[in-house]
Design a binder for this molecule. Structure first.
Ligand SMILES: NC(=O)c1ccc[n+]([C@@H]2O[C@H](COP(=O)([O-])OP(=O)(O)OC[C@H]3O[C@@H](n4cnc5c(N)ncnc54)[C@H](O)[C@@H]3O)[C@@H](O)[C@H]2O)c1
Ligand SMILES: [Zn+2]
Length: 354
């Protein structure tokens, strides 16, 4: 395993076709494979292709939706590549949100013992998070990202124009993850985000916020690519959030990732307020912004046991203790805080009563 700290690449560009064309020209015709899902094929491929023509056989379309981030879909993708003569020096371009980027990265990084891949994120969440940092994988046995690896992409190319076709729900999901960066690392970014108007998008301003968020992600991944230490800061909101999300996958009542994380951040801010010194004023402002923006959570006391079990199975935890990242104040983080089931239940209780 290469243990050198990677240089994380990402670029915010305003002519995505030009950037992609450079890659296409550097490869033999037929050696570039493009992964899209149903929606990104329709909405994003035309933005990107412009005057470029990709051979149909090199465009691999999968079904959209978190339920399809599965071994079955990976098998379909491996099978397709293998039957169509993929080579060790072929290139994969992932055009899609976090689901497509995670899965496409995993498939590319495992076929032929790994071929190069590029991420072209098309959702807000993927632009600021999922496409950056090299985490690749799929859901398995009802658990989020249970199978996977860390392999850095060759390039991550961000063009905010893709967001013009993204619905409000998915914009909100991206916002949830962006809020996290402000909360763990940059109080000014938090203030900018809570005053940003998502209903009338100012794309120039959004581009700046995306760039800032992606830089924060880059900072943590470069310092700690294998999540042994400070990269765990990025898990703020995710111990609870992943449980809400995993449960929603099981019950087929989808709860988008960033929204699940936003509710997770309420629970973990609650623990931060109790245990890590987060002031009550900051705690109140976090809760009220999240509830005003995302609405009240559809989370029921009847499911507490299931949430707790999911948290215990999370890869981040050991010895039956549940590990959370906390925030001593807005803009600061503290990793490796362990909690008993009882303390976790109190945080869940706070959320359902909010
Ligand atoms: N690898 C990481 O570090 C990391 C970090 C955060 C999240 N994730 C993963 O990311 C996934 C969630 O990603 P997501 O929120 O981007 O969801 P997603 O990829 O499922 O995309 C959401 C929906 O938007 C559609 N879509 C994508 N781009 C579009 C566009 N420009 N216009 C119209 N529709 C478009 C998709 O087809 C899909 O229906 C989860 O699986 C999560 O685990 C990974
Ligand atoms: Zn996340």
């Amino acid at each position: 395993m290469n243990t050198d700290n990677p240089k994380i690449k990402f670029r915010v560009v305003n002519n995505i076709s030009f950037e992609i064309k450079k890659y296409i020209n550097a490869y033999q015709t037929g050696d570039v494979y493009i992964f899209v899902d149903q929606n990104t094929k329709r909405e994003c491929l035309p933005v990107l292709s412009g005057d470029m023509k990709f051979p149909d056989k090199n465009i691999i379309e999968i079904k959209s939706g978190e339920n399809n981030k599965s071994m079955d879909t990976a098998i379909f993708m491996w099978d397709y590549l293998s039957r169509n003569g993929v080579k060790r020096n072929s290139l994969v371009i992932n055009i899609g949100g976090g689901m497509l980027c995670d899965l496409g990265a995993f498939v590319a990084s495992t076929i032929k013992r790994g071929i190069k891949y590029i991420n072209v994120p098309t959702t807000l969440l993927a632009m600021i998070d999922a496409a950056i940092g090299g985490k690749a994988g799929l859901n398995f046995n009802g658990l989020k990202n249970e199978i996977g690896l860390i392999q850095q992409p060759e390039d991550v190319i961000i063009d905010v124009r893709f967001l013009k076709t993204l619905n409000k729900e998915n914009l909100l999901s991206g916002l949830g993850e962006m809020l996290k960066y402000g909360l763990i690392f940059d109080a000014e970014q938090w203030n900018r985000l809570i005053s940003f108007n998502l209903d009338e998008l100012d794309y120039k301003q959004l581009e700046g916020l995306i760039n800032e968020s992606a830089l924060i992600k880059k900072y943590f991944v470069e310092k700690d690519p294998f999540e042994k230490d400070i990269r765990k800061a990025l898990n703020f909101g995710h111990t609870f959030g992943h449980a809400f999300e995993s449960y929603s996958i099981k019950t087929r009542l989808p709860l988008l990732h960033g929204k699940a994380i936003a509710y997770g951040m309420i629970c973990e801010s609650y623990l931060s307020n109790k245990e890590a010194g987060l002031s009550s004023a900051s705690f109140d402002s976090i809760c009220s912004f999240i509830i005003n923006t995302f609405g009240k959570p559809a989370i029921s006391k009847n499911n507490f046991k299931q949430y707790l079990d999911l948290m215990k199975y999370d890869k981040k935890n050991t010895d039956n203790k549940i590990n959370c990242t906390l925030i001593p104040e807005i803009g600061q983080f503290s990793i490796n805080n362990c909690f008993s089931s009882n303390e976790i239940l109190k945080a869940l209780d706070f959320l359902v009563k909010i």
